[in-house]
Design a protein around this ligand. Structure first.
Ligand SMILES: Nc1nc2c(c(=O)[nH]1)N[C@H]1C(S)=C(S)[C@@H](COP(=O)(O)OP(=O)(O)OC[C@H]3O[C@@H](n4cnc5c(N)ncnc54)[C@H](O)[C@@H]3O)O[C@H]1N2
Ligand code: MOO
Length: 418
């Protein structure tokens, strides 16, 4: 139960204990970033009709057979079709229609020739004039076909597909204005510690501001969830148990910070054990060794360590995967790239080390990574000022300038190909 497990095992454990939440229906504009909980179909062909892709002339190719620069063929312009208009006439041989981008291509024509390569022979190219063509266009040249993007009744977004901002436009064209998506998890954030005061207060002697709740609520929101920040709970076992039970009864996922280690006032482990099922206590990572996970009243409860960087890493590398799965997502691995370390790095602690670090390009374009000077797990600042987590694997071996090491990109969506 108290065995130290790997980060991968911890993530798998959390993933094994959560499932996608039920579906809800939202307005299309609120669907970006959500995962479709049902197949979504188009109600019409998109585009509904073949139309011009260029401003120019709708022609019948047979009228222009043999046209060359030396012996162009002249056609009579009999009408003009703007976007939104419909041409209902019947052209005779040797006639064409001036047409605008987006206008429906009358069925009698089979290509569009853009203005730029047409010469005026009589008039200004508008109806009543005559224009010359110096080549025969290809079949369906500059024509966007009906149903090119979707067919009426076709599934355009599959169940399980994440909807992007462009996807919102795609669905609008398909007439899908209400969308079935997986519900957002409601996450309770409980700060534990008798030393904590709300950030609105000036801390007195021995006190500090509760900054973890804000970072963790921001992480929960960035992971697509709703976050509720609970009041500060002092280091009191009964008070913590009451808060955890209340949160578990009213939320989909409970996150606490602090009181996760083995100090005299660290109570999250005994509380989870007594109130439910304790599944994990320690992960082989730094920062973030003391990570508690269990189930209370059917709800996942995750006890993060109090140290800010340790809490943040536990959330981003373990909890976030569970919250994404609850929203129907299937990619959980943060993208990683390899970069050259710019300095030597001593490593005494055998835990896998996540160094707050900055990626940059060297003079010849190679990727370099420079760890922040201060690697204390008690600080948020170095995370704000850097752009990746450079990883030194388990073991006590030092790293040296020039070594190629993996860098985890926490700000890039899981599943991104880089
Ligand atoms: N004897 C040992 N002591 C510690 C060990 C150990 O292995 N043996 N592990 C250290 C490591 S690593 C970590 S991480 C911490 C985890 O401790 P807790 O989860 O019990 O955290 P606390 O003691 O409650 O707090 C640690 C630190 O973080 C500050 N804190 C707590 N909550 C907040 C908050 N909401 N906002 C900002 N800062 C917070 C707290 O004041 C402490 O300074 O244990 C080590 N000790
Ligand atoms: O679990 Mo701790 O983060 O190494 O300070």
């Amino acid at each position: 139960m108290t065995k130290m497990i790997s980060l991968e095992e911890a993530r798998e454990l959390v993933l094994s204990r959560v499932t996608p939440l039920e579906a809800e229906t939202v307005d299309l504009l609120d669907a970006a970033g959500r995962v479709a909980a049902a197949d979504l179909k188009s109600d019409i062909d998109v585009s509904p009709f073949a139309h011009a892709a260029m401003d120019g002339y709708a022609v019948r190719r047979c009228d222009l057979a043999g046209a060359t620069a030396e012996s162009p063929i002249t056609l009579e312009v009999i009408d003009e079709v703007p976007a939104g208009g419909v041409f209902e006439g019947t052209p005779q041989a040797g006639q064409c229609v001036r047409i605008m981008t987006g206008a429906a291509l009358p069925g009698c024509f089979d290509a569009v020739v853009k203005y730029e390569i047409v010469s005026m022979v009589e008039g200004d190219g508008k109806p009543g004039g005559r224009v010359a063509f110096s080549a025969q266009p290809k079949e369906r040249d500059n024509v966007r076909e009906a149903g090119e993007e979707a067919r009426a009744g076709e599934i355009v977004v599959n169940k399980g597909e994440a909807i992007t901002t462009a996807g919102v436009g795609f669905l609008a064209g398909c007439g899908v204005l209400r969308v079935s998506v997986y519900r957002k998890p409601r996450v309770a954030i409980i700060p534990i510690g008798s030393e904590l005061v709300p950030p609105s207060e000036n801390p007195g002697p021995g006190h500090i501001r509760n900054s973890n709740s804000y970072a963790l609520a921001a992480c929960a929101k960035a992971a697509g969830c709703e976050a509720d920040m609970f009041d500060i709970v002092p280091d009191d076992e009964a008070a913590l148990e009451a808060a955890v039970r209340e949160a578990a009864a009213t939320h989909d996922f409970v996150v606490t910070s602090g009181g996760a280690s083995n100090g005299d006032f660290d109570f999250i482990k005994p509380v989870v054990e007594r109130a439910g099922e304790l599944l994990m206590t320690t992960v082989n990572m730094r920062p973030g060794k003391a990570q508690t996970f269990g189930i209370v009243d059917g709800t996942p409860v995750f006890g993060l360590p109090g140290n800010p960087a340790a809490a943040y890493m536990g959330f981003e590398l373990i909890i976030r995967a569970g919250l994404l799965k609850m929203q129907g997502r299937t990619a959980f691995e943060h993208p990683t790239i390899v970069a050259k370390l710019t300095c030597d790095k001593k490593k005494k602690d055998p835990r896998r080390l996540f160094m707050r670090a900055t990626l940059s390009h060297g003079e010849s374009g190679e990727l370099l990574v420079t760890p922040a000077k201060n690697q204390s797990s008690g600080l948020f600042g170095p995370i704000q000022k850097t752009n990746c987590m450079a990883v030194l694997p388990e073991g006590a071996q030092d790293a040296h300038a020039g070594d190629e090491i993996a860098c985890v990109l926490l700000d890039v969506a899981e599943g991104t190909v880089i």
